[in-house]
Design a protein around this ligand. Structure first.
Ligand code: FAD
Length: 240
């Protein structure tokens, strides 16, 4: 039987939507091209607003149990400026591995009754000309088969470069500005506290957040792709 709703993309947006729909009794199919757990470049931090949303929908336990507490953010600039802000009394964020968060949300969607299909690429919207609207999606399965999956509603949660939204002209990818990001987990980073950090410099910024086991999550976001073939070297150069 066709689902009522197809959700393309099982990142936080898609998996969360699938959880809520499935809990409400809607037949939902959640699709992702990746198999989980999958790595996703991320600073691994969740602010108190995000946590509150998870709590409201009883999805907060793993992150509150395993995540490291974050009290706010520190932002520094080139001229030595440092601005720190805390979330406020009683408010706390968490640092937790992003792949674990995404997998947890995917499991929650499946537990709520969503059909989860991973390793399946959503190629484009399926346009139902009779109905004059999107009637589902065209898929490519892991073994290379093409398939049309029909549904009354389709949610494009397939990220910033959403194939569905692009195909429907709902978004455009501007040529500029472009940004590239790399990241790693590093040990031996001193002075890690309970603030997430963002160090803004000319042409790039570096995010730092505490990670499990005393490590630090380091992400570099840059407007200059030079040197990215050697990510460790590029990150090291940016840090010095
Ligand atoms: C370097 C960096 C650091 C960041 N750090 C943080 C942070 O610390 N805290 C924070 O809150 N946010 C952070 N963000 C932002 C955060 O990653 C995004 O806001 C978030 O991932 C958006 O979630 P989403 O579900 O909309 O999309 P995504 O997480 O991008 O998920 C989209 C999903 O769709 C799937 N998909 C895509 N195309 C297809 C297709 N054609 N067919 C099937 N599946 C498809 C992908 O595999 C993916 O699983 C960071 C971003 C970057 C770049």
């Amino acid at each position: 039987m066709d689902p009522d709703v197809i959700v393309s993309g099982a990142g936080p947006a898609g998996a969360f939507a699938a959880v809520l729909l499935a809990r409400a009794g809607v037949r939902v199919t959640l699709i992702d091209r990746e198999t989980f757990p999958r790595h996703k470049l991320c600073g691994d931090t969740l602010n108190p607003g995000g946590l509150a949303l998870l709590r409201r929908h009883r999805l907060h336990e793993p992150i509150e149990q395993h995540g490291l507490p974050l009290d706010g953010m520190l932002v520094t600039g080139e001229s030595g400026v440092r601005i720190s802000g805390t979330y406020g009394p009683g408010l706390v964020g968490r640092a937790w591995c992003r792949s674990a968060l995404d997998q947890q949300l995917l499991h929650a969607a499946a537990s709520a009754g969503a059909e989860v299909r991973t390793g399946v690429l959503v190629q484009e919207p399926y346009l139902s000309h009779a109905a004059g609207r999107v009637g589902g999606v065209r898929l490519k399965t892991g073994d290379g088969r093409s398939e049309v999956l029909r549904a009354r509603w389709t949610i494009a949660a397939d990220g910033r470069r959403s194939r569905l939204a692009l195909a429907l002209g709902l978004i455009r990818q501007p040529a500029q500005p472009r940004r590239w990001a790399i990241g790693t987990y590093a040990s031996g980073v001193s002075e890690l506290g309970t603030l997430g950090e963002m160090h803004v410099r000319r042409g790039h910024y570096i995010g730092v957040a505490p990670a499990a086991g005393g490590a630090a999550n380091l992400c570099l976001v840059t407007a200059d792709r030079a040197g990215l073939h050697d990510p460790a070297g590029r990150l090291w150069a940016a840090l010095h």
